[in-house]
Design a protein around this ligand. Sequence first.
Ligand SMILES: [Zn+2]
Length: 257
Amino acid sequence: MKIVPIRAFSDNYIWTIHATNNKRVAVVDPGDAAPVLDYLEAHQLELDAILITHYHNDHIGGVNRLKEKTACHVYGSKYDNLDFCDTLLTDGERINLFNQEYQFAVLHVPGHTLGHIAYYDSANELLFCGDTLFRAGCGRMFEGEPEQFYASLQRLAKLPANTRVYCTHEYTLSNLAFAEYIEPNNPDIKELKVQCQQLRDQDKVTLPSTIASELLTNPFLRCEKASVVERMRQLDNVNSEQAHSIFASMRRLKDNF
Ligand SMILES: [Zn+2]
């Protein structure tokens, strides 16, 4: 299995899923066509499919040009209803790539946007989650409600621990700074921060993560921990122990961090 990030803009990754024969690929959220076309040409690859998680321009900006230049099939959210999609997907639907080499279940995970979907392959233990879950963080809550976004994150948190998590942005270090602010005594956050700082110093990617790592280090998945509840009481006067209230307050703090 070969999954390669193509860099785009300042901090986006366009994940490229290779077929075993290494001749065909699919890409996730191509915000820009140029780096994808360069990659296809440099490695003599055909683009079979595009998977879209949500409608923001840094995720879809390259789709029309890639469609023009290749015969690729575009998948996206039924809730977003983008006109370039060949197949519109709803929760629970399945798609397969390269004659069943990859089989993705569609998870509707509203919160960052209302139509946001994620693609989960249980056999290959892969999750492409767009701007919903980031390494040690989560997306901004542009459209959803806290209960809804929290439920979406919980759904991802309950996937098998070994699942590799491919998110769209390199936000890890700034997320870890916030994670450390929420949990100053969490040794897993400290250790991950050192590892990721080393990677970034060498201009390397800090992804994918795993669900296991997120459960230990991502404060947005740790809203039920007593120490986090207590800390949020100190930081933001949260006087509810309900996880989605803790989440709402934490998300607000992060927006201004
Ligand atoms: Zn977005």
